[in-house]
Write a protein that binds this ligand. Structure first.
Ligand code: ARG
Length: 402
């Protein structure tokens, strides 16, 4: 019996050709693996397609729940946003795919795993590093990085090898999507001066055409995790899908960003992340109510670092693990409700409450009931300003024109 490779299979032209190409080039029998993390594939149809393309076995899985629980929630709790713009949907999907590829390889006795990434992007890094960490003995094959075939040549290859492919009108964009967001690249978007044509957006309506009436939505969190919308407890997938629909209807969650890839390239990225935009905003707002200033400052530093680790494919590394433990510890009191207003492409926080709130009205108020003793302030300010006064006395030159 020939040795086996497990191929991450989408059902598209590239991975269908890869089934035969791997057999020809490396001699491996190919077992395909297709996973649903909210990219809504028709798993049964894809399974059949894989077998028709020559796979000896075709495994499919619905991992939406696991995706949210083990990957989306940890990054939400960390407030992981890359370069201030990208909520990392594609990037957090990759370690899960790597993990499942290794698992299927073990179950099927494979010696190699394979994916359809090219040699220019971040995704190859995330998958290769993930696979190399979890299954260091497995050989990694990335056909699209190796074969150098154009789309025409791929179609020709498929015809020559009687691989049934449905030639659909090719989308002008390269698209990746899952429950946390949709990433769109290439085509006219490669000119950073060109405004994204309207057909780029599928999940969010044009803010100009969004309802005139705003929609208010209440998101309830328990220890940093969203558990209910408008007072109704919901399951993980359902909660994200409902937010997706509401925010999408109001045109919330569009991003147009020049991004710095790990491989050194700057690329123009469009994202649609309606649910992620609302949840990240809401989470940060609730945290602001329950963590101290010092905790917030430090956590923001960790958030940037955490986002870089996810983006750069180091999910399974020790540092991400360490930081996840820190983040979890910060979430103990991140329980409460945030009220948001969705309107014409904007999502604004308009209210927040928590049983652990550190906001004390009797200290903050300028009205009756003020419990803040203003006579404490002059002494505090005298000590706070002491270093400045000392410096001014001894080093006139260091304090500018004063
Ligand atoms: N630039 C984003 C990232 O690196 C999105 C990648 C999209 N991938 C794709 N195959 N279209 O995470």
């Amino acid at each position: 019996m020939a040795e086996r490779a497990v191929l991450a299979y989408s059902g598209g032209l590239d991975t269908s050709v890869a089934v035969k190409w791997i057999k020809e080039k490396y001699g491996y029998d190919v077992v395909t693996f297709t996973v649903d993390i909210g990219n809504v594939p028709n798993l049964e149809a894809i399974r059949q397609k894989a077998l028709d393309a020559g796979a000896v076995d075709a495994v499919v899985a619905d991992a939406r729940e696991q995706f949210i629980t083990d990957f989306v929630y940890p990054s939400l709790k960390a407030d992981a946003i890359y370069e201030g713009e990208y909520s990392l949907a594609t990037a957090i999907g990759r370690p899960l795919i790597a993990q499942l590829l290794v698992k299927v390889a073990r179950e099927k006795g494979a010696v190699a795993v394979s994916h359809g990434c090219t040699g220019k992007g971040n995704d190859q890094v995330r998958l290769d590093v993930g696979i190399g960490t979890l299954g260091p003995d497995l050989k990694i094959i990335a056909p699209a990085r190796e074969w150098g075939m154009t789309r025409e040549e791929l179609i020709q290859y498929a015809e020559q090898h009687s691989i049934p492919i449905s030639i659909t009108r090719k989308s002008p964009y390269s698209i990746d999507e899952n429950l946390w967001g949709r990433s769109i690249e290439t085509g006219v978007l490669e000119d950073p001066w060109v405004e994204p044509p309207s057909d780029v957006y599928v999940w969010t309506c044009d803010p100009a055409a969004a309802p005139e009436e705003p929609q208010y939505i209440e998101v309830e969190f328990e220890e940093g995790i969203p558990v209910a919308l408008d007072g109704v407890s919901l399951g993980t997938v359902q909660l994200i899908e409902m937010l997706h629909a509401a925010a999408g209807r109001h045109g919330v969650g569009r991003v147009d960003h020049i991004e710095n890839r790990l491989v050194g390239i700057k690329s123009r990225e469009i994202y649609e992340a309606p649910a992620a935009t609302v949840l990240l905003k809401a989470h940060i707002a609730l945290q602001n109510l329950v963590l101290t200033k010092d905790q917030l400052r430090f956590k923001a530093l960790v958030a940037t670092h955490y986002a870089d680790l996810i983006y750069n494919g180091l999910w399974f590394g020790g540092l991400r693990h360490n930081l996840a433990a820190y983040v979890d510890d910060t979430q103990k009191y991140v329980t409460g409700t945030v009220r948001l207003k969705l309107h014409k492409g904007t999502c604004s926080v308009v209210g927040r409450k928590s049983p652990y709130s550190l906001y004390d009205l009797s200290l903050a108020t300028y009205d009756k009931g003020d419990a803040f003793d203003q006579s404490d302030s002059p002494g505090f300010i005298r000590l706070w300003g002491l270093p400045s006064r000392l410096q001014a006395r001894q080093q006139r030159g260091t304090i500018g024109s004063g």
